[in-house]
Design a protein around this ligand. Structure first.
Ligand code: LMR
Length: 392
């Protein structure tokens, strides 16, 4: 019997829990203030048009829907980006962000062979380890989270990255670090990018939450700095699960940047070979939804507005949670307001997390990670009281 997944396995337990007051702060899924998964209005409009048109259901190309990958490139690198103008990026549609990571890992493993090594932040999303290990990578941690300050161990991060062998693949969270919610600022990113270049490391950026902290462009700072850095090769995996609320449609993409147009063409051919031998070609529906929204100026504006509402609601829930905990006399949770994105590394111990689940039907990861995007004005008080109680 394989062990249950620490995140998706917890959702299985949550779904089987008969208690009506249960709250799932485990998996990274955004709820609206009514506790429902939103269906974005911009997405609904494209979907209605698709239903009306009833177009044939042929296979997509191996590398996906061209309108989807083109729109993705603009979102990642910015319209008018020099990387795009030079044709240096090969972008393919993938089965979600995890699929992008796995296709990228498989392709790199083929090229790097026994040398394939991934440096990964400590801590990181559990599936990062699983994906790269299964693809045959050796994993090394670099320092990232500083528990005493609940912030970033930036000096430790630089020191560890500075010691890596040239050619090591370095996994970076573009924004809304999962699981800690602790991000680099633009100045720190510039320093990291300079170091990656100097040490000849291969950046592999995971951007699953673009638009969930500050906005589309600000959240892509790491990608934009890499694009302008003169680093010849880097990789970006991205996902629309959260930003379009399209979790189950598995909409992701993988972009390999090469030195020039020729190298990008070779990279694309290798990625296509990897995909063909895995799942042949991606699914069409979710990609049509995203491409439809991003391809229409009107719907794109509507989507950006809906995305802004999502991030503002998360910010409001963070602030509300901190205030309620303070009013209840709990230890200081003010750091939750400094963290970005869906998650907070709450500092709760495994025992406290167990008590939350057993005594209050509140589900969180055993690492103490909570999904603040699942807090609502309806459950905030209940969750804060329970957290204050297990902290007593
Ligand atoms: C999470 O970290 O909860 C999300 O990214 C969902 C997942 O697949 O783990």
């Amino acid at each position: 019997m394989a062990p249950g997944d620490p995140i998706l396995g917890l959702t299985e337990k949550y779904l089987a829990d008969p208690r009506s007051n249960k709250v799932n702060l485990g998996v990274g899924v955004y709820s609206d203030d009514q506790g429902r998964l939103p269906v974005l209005k911009a997405v609904q409009q494209v979907e209605q048009a698709l239903v009306r048109d009833q177009s044939p259901r042929g296979y997509l190309p191996i590398d996906g829907l061209p309108a989807y990958t083109a729109a993705t490139q603009k979102l990642l690198f910015g319209a008018g980006s020099a990387v795009l103008e030079a044709g240096r990026a090969a972008t393919v549609q993938t089965i979600g962000g995890s699929g992008a990571l796995r296709v990228g890992a498989d392709m790199l493993k083929q090229v790097l062979g026994d040398k394939a090594t991934l440096a990964i932040s400590n801590p990181s999303w559990g599936n990062h380890h699983a994906v790269f290990r299964t693809a045959g990578f050796k994993l090394i941690d670099y320092r990232y989270y500083d528990a005493p300050t609940r912030g970033l161990d930036f000096a430790g991060m630089l020191e560890d990255l500075g010691k890596l062998e040239p050619g090591t693949v370095v996994l970076l969270h573009a924004c809304c670090h999962n699981p800690t919610g602790v991000d680099l600022d633009a100045t720190q990113w510039a320093q990291v990018v300079a170091l990656l270049k100097e040490r000849n490391l291969l950046p592999f950026v995971d951007m699953a939450y673009q638009g969930f902290d500050k906005g589309i462009d600000a959240d892509a700072t790491a990608v934009r700095l890499l694009a302008d850095s003169g680093i010849e090769n880097f990789v970006v995996a991205n996902s629309y699960s959260k930003s379009f609320s399209l979790y189950g449609e598995r909409v992701g993409a993988l972009s390999f940047v090469g030195a020039d147009r020729d190298e990008a063409a070779r990279l694309r051919s290798k990625i296509k070979q990897t995909i063909r031998a895995n799942y042949s070609s991606p699914a069409a529906h979710g990609a049509k939804l995203v491409a439809g929204v991003l391809g229409s100026p009107e719907l794109r504006t509507l989507w950006e507005q809906e995305l802004r509402e999502m991030r503002e609601r998360i910010h409001a829930m963070r602030a509300g949670f901190v205030d309620k905990l303070a009013a209840l006399g709990a230890p200081d949770f003010g750091f939750i307001n400094q963290q970005a994105g869906m998650f907070s590394y709450s500092g709760l111990s495994k025992e406290q997390v167990d008590r939350l689940r057993e005594e209050h039907a509140i589900y969180a990861l055993s690492s103490g990670r909570i999904c603040v995007a699942a807090l609502t004005t309806g459950n905030l008080d209940y969750v804060a009281r329970a957290v204050a109680e297990v902290c007593r």
